[in-house]
Write a protein that binds this ligand. Structure first.
Ligand SMILES: NC(=O)C1=CN([C@@H]2O[C@H](COP(=O)(O)OP(=O)(O)OC[C@H]3O[C@@H](n4cnc5c(N)ncnc54)[C@H](O)[C@@H]3O)[C@@H](O)[C@H]2O)C=CC1
Ligand SMILES: O=C(CO)COP(=O)(O)O
Length: 332
């Protein structure tokens, strides 16, 4: 199966290496030419996964048309806010009948659309049944190192999700399928926001109790938004809900947790993002999640708290104080 990955950051590269390890010809494309050059010449993604030897069969092409030539599986692996632009660029080069797998975790800031809504907005209708969405607890570095990982691949047409599941399955990478596209998408997006909240809490020196409370109440608000969008509540206790939430809220490997942690220690957002040099989806996801929650009249107090810290300059300690002292209520 000839595979093309649009986006050669840490996740696109790790997934490309996974597919290449099965003997599939894989070509990566990105707007960052030096990254592609390093992959093609040194078999290393020197910027996003330095020190990791990539399979020599992993090719890279700066020309999207060349990268997509003969593709039998296309993976969208750019950050969520770039998916629309890449889909517009790729639209005339993509063919109906070829499975597409989107792996970005986010909601578009300007339109409040999930990635399935964005791709369906841009791509012609005959391509829609071929869209799938991969999400779940999966740090790129661990996947690239061949450490055991399980994810979910959601799609409306099970036959296609199964094809994509087969393509990605290796001895250490285990995808499950789901038909709950919106549940998987909302879980994958909002866990980034809650991970910033958990990082804030850790950065301020709050303990394990606070982190567990944020994970649990975070899951409750993810569930509320997902169900309002039509998701099956069971999806949120799966890999793309609870699984990814626990991973990102409790690991220093998480870029979103790092953003919260450094903010909690008093650093400025711009400074943190500059040092990170990679996308922390939760920063923009906080804006889109909070706006979507307000639009749909869904109560999401943790996401509101993160919004006030990121975008209104509220001091983290004051924001947590307000969160703790809202009106008393039953746990539901
Ligand atoms: N890194 C990880 O462990 C995981 C990441 N994800 C998700 O995958 C998505 C991508 O994340 P990463 O690979 O980690 O990001 P990254 O920051 O490592 O890399 C992003 C890549 O996208 C490219 N890019 C950005 N805008 C572009 C455009 N308009 N055209 C072409 N290329 C463009 C950049 O040049 C860069 O190579 C995010 O939504 C993230 O949440 C999901 C699971 C794991
Ligand atoms: O989505 C991820 C793991 O599942 C990656 O998390 P971060 O973007 O917070 O590093």
């Amino acid at each position: 199966m000839r595979c093309t990955i649009l986006g050669a950051g840490s996740w696109g590269t790790a997934l490309g290496a996974t597919l290449a390890s099965k003997g599939f010809p894989v070509c990566l494309w990105d707007k960052d030419a030096p990254v592609l050059q390093a992959i093609a010449q040194k078999h290393e993604n020197t910027r996003y996964l330095p020190g990791l030897a990539l399979p020599p069969s992993l090719a890279a092409a700066p020309d999207m048309a060349r990268a997509l030539e003969g593709a039998e599986l296309v993976v969208f692996a750019v950050p969520s806010q770039a998916v629309r632009q890449v889909a517009i660029e790729g639209k005339r080069l993509l063919h109906a009948g070829v499975p597409i797998c989107s792996v970005a975790k986010g909601i578009e800031v300007d339109t409040l659309m999930t990635m399935s809504e964005v791709l369906e907005d841009v791509l012609p209708v005959p391509m829609h049944p071929y869209l799938t969405f991969l999400s779940g607890p999966s740090f790129a570095k661990e996947v690239a190192a061949g450490l055991p990982t399980a994810v979910t691949i959601a799609g409306r047409w099970e036959r296609i999700s199964k094809q994509v599941q087969d393509a990605f399955h290796t001895r250490t990478f285990r995808p499950y399928t789901s038909t709950d596209v919106v549940g998987v998408e909302v879980g994958g997006c909002v866990k980034n926001v809650i991970a910033i909240a958990a990082g804030l809490s850790d950065g301020m020196g709050f303990g394990a109790n606070a982190r567990a409370a944020l994970i649990t109440r975070g899951l409750a608000e993810i569930g509320r938004l997902a169900m309002r969008k039509g998701a099956n509540p069971m999806t949120l206790s799966g890999l793309s809900g609870l699984g990814d939430l626990v991973l990102t809220c409790s690991s220093e490997q998480s870029r979103n947790h790092t953003v919260g942690f450094e903010l909690g220690r008093g650093k400025k957002l711009e400074e943190i993002q500059r040092a990170l040099g990679q996308v922390a989806e939760g920063v923009l996801n906080t804006r889109s999640t909070r706006d979507l929650a307000r639009k749909l009249k869904v109560e999401m107090p943790i996401s509101e708290m993160v919004y006030r810290v990121l975008y209104e300059g509220q001091a983290p300690r004051q924001a947590v104080g307000e969160l703790m002292n809202r009106e008393m209520k039953p746990e539901n």
